[in-house]
Design a protein. Structure first.
Length: 134
């Protein structure tokens, strides 16, 4: 599987190691992009934007960013979905199991344990050959 298939395709299987490395690299990229292009504005009661819109009150904060950062976020969501679906495939489950993360608290925890800590199916399954080559 080449890098483009790994990042953008919903077909095939992915090892745990590659899932964790993907999220590590993505976190570093997010941090670098935010450091380069993002700004956090914190208003301590002087009013937002030079005294206008006082109704936000003290402590109001928002994030300003470059549109490129937003575009990166959209592409990153697609990549995250593709990699997690392939990880579900490695567990021999449908990619639709990704929707379990929508269940508050329990769903994301289930997905973390199932995709992040449990080993994939040994040998080939209906989603393809083992990514470990076993």
């Amino acid at each position: 599987m080449n890098l483009v298939q790994f990042l953008f395709s919903f077909q095939g299987r992915v090892r745990r190691l590659h899932l964790w490395l993907f999220f590590l690299v993505l976190s570093v990229l997010y941090g670098g992009m935010f450091w380069q292009f993002g700004h956090i504005h914190i208003d301590y009661g002087s009013g937002w934007m030079n005294g206008r819109h006082d109704w936000y009150g003290p402590g109001f904060w928002f994030i300003e960013h470059n549109p490129g950062f937003g575009l990166f976020g959209i592409v990153a969501v697609w990549m995250k979905l593709a990699v997690i679906v392939k990880r579900w495939h490695d567990r021999d489950k449908s990619g639709w199991w990704i929707l379990i993360a929508l269940i508050p608290l329990i769903g994301w925890l289930w997905q973390l344990i199932e995709c992040g800590f449990l080993d994939g199916t040994q040998g080939p399954n209906k989603y393809g050959p083992s990514p470990k080559g076993l």
